[in-house]
Design a protein around this ligand. Structure first.
Ligand SMILES: [Zn+2]
Length: 333
């Protein structure tokens, strides 16, 4: 199973950033988990809008739903173009009622309230939910594929012990970390600290931890360092990045449409290349980082880092690489 981060900030983004949104992919089934501002634009770097199978919304705060109000125009046009396209299924908490009632638009969405529904099955995905501690009803989401708990998404929440059992044994915990410990000490509520996210990952025995719902006003490295004090297998969820959840053999199978670029291992070249590819809308997967488990590829020294792109983008990616490599080193900085 792949998870593609389409937005990782909360409650508002910095310049060029986007709020919560994660695309799950398995067997050509695409589920969008939350739909904050900027997500619809980023989604189209990876799939066509009409390829979406369903949307699951954790809660009705604007940084998790605002692009639904734009998506409805796109889906309306898709339905008008192709009669085979049905209303898009959206599962969301039914409260606050006024917010919930803002979502329906003509016959474009098939909206279902999550409150009474503790399980949802869509294609290969089984979703189950746990209400969190947040100012509006909010649900953490567990995602099981093929009988294995691939991913748990904390959604927005304060830390509470129920999250531990809910997250137990997941391959990947995608956990909010809107605060540092110093914020909690100042009495801030409604969200978790990076340290709490690390503690939860440790207690729940998950393989890897991705921190998300990061604030726009601080450097993410501070969050990474705080969580790393207790859980080494932590990374920041990065917009535009593809992460793999599952065993190595499954990951390799689901990477069949990805190819490796023959690239120098110079870190400057690598980071320039990644930036250029992303800005051209080419999905990028880098192996050999801290997230070896998630990528399912061997974590190794810098010399073993590999950069992968979808095979359909290979020629375009090669041209960008040639362009970067043809520049003088001083021009690159
Ligand atoms: Zn929220």
């Amino acid at each position: 199973m792949k998870i593609i981060v389409l937005g990782n900030y909360g409650p508002y983004p910095p310049a060029g950033g986007s709020c919560s949104g994660y695309l799950l992919e398995q067997d050509d089934c695409y589920i969008l988990l939350d739909c904050g501002n900027g997500v619809l634009s980023n989604l189209q770097h990876f799939i066509e809008i009409k390829d979406l199978s369903a949307i699951i919304i954790s809660h009705l705060h604007s940084d998790h739903i605002s692009d639904l109000f734009i998506l409805r125009y796109a889906w309306q046009m898709e339905m008008a173009k192709d009669p085979a396209i049905k209303p898009l299924a959206i599962f969301a908490p039914g409260v606050p009622k006024a917010e919930f009632m803002r979502i329906p638009y003509k016959d474009v969405f098939m909206l279902e309230a999550l409150d009474k529904q503790k399980e949802v099955q869509i294609g290969p995905f089984s979703f189950s939910f746990l209400q969190t501690i947040h100012p509006v009803p909010c649900y953490a989401v567990s995602i099981v594929v093929g009988g294995q708990k691939k991913l748990v998404y904390s959604a927005d929440t304060e830390y509470f012990s129920g999250l531990k059992d809910f997250s137990a044994g997941a391959s990947l915990l995608l956990c909010e970390a809107n605060y540092l410990e110093e914020d909690l000490q100042q009495g801030k509520t409604n969200h978790m600290s990076a340290f709490q996210a690390g503690s939860l990952a440790l207690e729940a025995g998950v393989k890897d931890l991705l921190l998300t719902h990061l604030p726009a006003y601080r450097n993410g490295t501070l969050y990474l360092e705080e969580a790393r004090k207790i859980f080494p297998g932590v990374s920041l969820a990065e917009e535009g990045r593809v992460y793999m959840c599952g065993s190595s053999s499954e990951n390799e199978a689901s990477l069949k449409n990805w190819v490796q670029l023959d690239v120098e291992t110079d870190p400057i070249i690598l980071s320039l290349l990644e930036g250029r590819l992303k800005s051209e809308g080419i999905p990028v997967l880098i192996s050999g980082e801290a997230l070896g488990g998630i990528y399912g590829l061997t974590t190794g020294p810098l010399a073993e880092r590999k950069i992968l792109v979808p095979s359909r983008c290979l020629e375009e990616a090669k041209e960008i690489l040639l362009d970067i490599e043809s520049q003088e080193p001083e021009d690159l900085l």
